[in-house]
Design a protein around this ligand. Structure first.
Ligand SMILES: [Zn+2]
Length: 451
């Protein structure tokens, strides 16, 4: 299998390494409260980096300190497509105790850049900026328009980032194609290297269940109506509830592309056989595959009771429900009622967040372009569609009918397992070869799609 080696002396690899180190040191930690993030530091850094290039650069700051940056290289032909490369600049909090190196020093150690955001996703945010600047410096003057968006607040809900821009500055971020995070990790398979393109993501349906009972004295529990006991049964039912397996289009195309032997492929595409098959898979893979093919119910929080000698009359449970493409609120509510069974009338359901699953079509010019360009990195590789179980900023674009995928390019030093465990985990780091490959990816995709 041929691999494009990026010249270690490539000027762009040095620049992306340096830019990533600076983004990590900016420590734009977003804990979900408005006063955190501080992404304006990185918007300023990236504006300085692009200064003097042919890009028009705008900053948008809906809340002090929460700036996003939009850089635009206008194409020659208004009819030609627009490609938007989107990287977020915020990161999630860390517990430094679990790290071998300072998570915000951005150190380069043995060919790897260490720090929070090294894989989620400052690596790509940096590589998109470096590719953009070098494209402009090379005199790139394409038919289509190239937009680089360094966006705030992805790690909360996009309130001060992509959601806000989509609602308030739609023209500035309007595009035909969007590429952002969390695809492209090479997966070896019996039929060669597979490169997952994230074409869709699950939805969230977060709800609070208020379980009712009747108060009484804790010294006389016989035949009381204890809300905590009822809540325990509700939790047990949610945990054991088995909604049916959904073999949706993205899943079917992923499994049929992976080149597994028929004795693996057939059950993984069977609504009857998949659950049995999951029992024989490694746990991490089984969890992923289960989540990709099921609506999941995870009771995650419980609050109740007032005093040790009082039978509680109210207990609140919080449940993290994740939904599949095509599933609306009514369908989820019906599943929840089925899970609760005869306890449904003892429970009030309050929906806290309802953010439906989104998916882009697979047969698009962007898909073809990514497939073509990927061959120049990993000859004989195949792009495969994948549904991510997490959420990304793609959803705000897919809801406007824009094709949005998650992709990237990594060296074979980065395994699927390592990548998965470093996302929001300890010892996050990335090799400089992967950084150089990413810069080359954006360069080649922009030329392929826009020239
Ligand atoms: Zn991310």
């Amino acid at each position: 299998m041929g691999v494009t080696r990026i010249d270690a002396d490539d000027q762009r690899t040095d620049e992306v390494t340096d830019l990533l180190q600076q983004l990590i040191r900016n420590a734009c930690v977003n804990d979900g409260t408005p006063g955190t993030g501080g992404e304006s530091r990185s918007a300023d850094l990236l504006a300085d980096y692009l200064d003097g290039s042919a890009f028009d650069v705008e900053r948008y700051e809906p809340e002090p300190g929460r700036a996003s940056l939009v850089a635009r290289l206008e194409g020659r032909d208004p009819e030609a497509p627009t490609l938007l490369l989107m990287g977020h600049t915020d990161v999630v909090p860390v517990n430094p105790d679990g790290w071998r190196h300072d998570p915000f020093a951005g150190e380069l150690i043995d060919g790897e850049v260490w720090g929070r955001g090294a894989v989620d996703m400052l690596n790509l945010t940096a590589s998109m900026a470096v590719a953009a600047r070098h494209l402009a410096e090379s005199g790139f003057n394409p038919a289509g328009t190239l937009i680089y968006l360094a966006v705030a607040d992805e790690e909360a809900s996009g309130t001060y980032g992509a959601h806000w821009l989509a609602d308030h500055e739609g023209d500035a971020v309007s595009a035909d194609y969007v590429i952002t995070e969390s695809g492209g990790i090479p997966i070896p398979s019996p039929t060669g290297l597979k490169l997952p393109v994230i074409v869709g993501e699950k939805g969230c349906y977060w709800c609070r269940l208020r379980v009712h009972g009747t108060p009484g004295h804790g010294s006389q529990p016989y035949r009381t109506d204890n809300a905590l006991v009822t809540a325990a049964e509700v939790v047990r039912r949610l945990d054991t509830f088995q909604p049916g397996t959904q073999i949706h289009d993205v899943w079917r195309r992923f499994i049929t592309s992976m080149g597994y032997p028929p004795e693996v492929t057939e059950p993984l595409l069977s609504t009857d056989g998949l659950d049995d098959m999951l029992e024989s898979l490694p746990l991490g893979m089984a969890r992923q595959f289960h989540a990709c093919t099921h609506t999941t119910f995870a009771p995650t929080m419980a609050h109740g009771g007032t005093k040790i000698n009082v039978i509680p009359d109210t207990v609140d449970l919080e449940v993290d429900i994740r939904t599949l493409p095509g599933q609306d609120d009514e369908a989820v509510a019906a599943l929840l009622a089925e899970a609760l069974g005869d306890l449904a009338d003892r429970v009030d359901v309050e929906v806290v967040v309802s953010d439906g699953s989104t998916a882009s079509p697979v047969d698009t010019p962007l898909w073809d372009s990514l497939s073509r360009v990927s061959q120049t990195f990993y000859e004989g590789s195949q792009t495969v569609p994948y549904l991510t179980v997490g959420a990304t900023d793609s959803r705000f674009f897919r809801r406007k009918g824009i094709t949005a995928y998650g992709y990237g390019m990594f060296s074979e030093k980065m395994s699927f397992e390592d990548y998965g465990s470093m996302f929001h985990g300890d010892d996050e780091r990335i090799d400089t070869e992967s950084l150089g490959l990413s810069v080359a990816l954006w360069d080649r995709v922009a030329r392929d799609l826009l020239e």
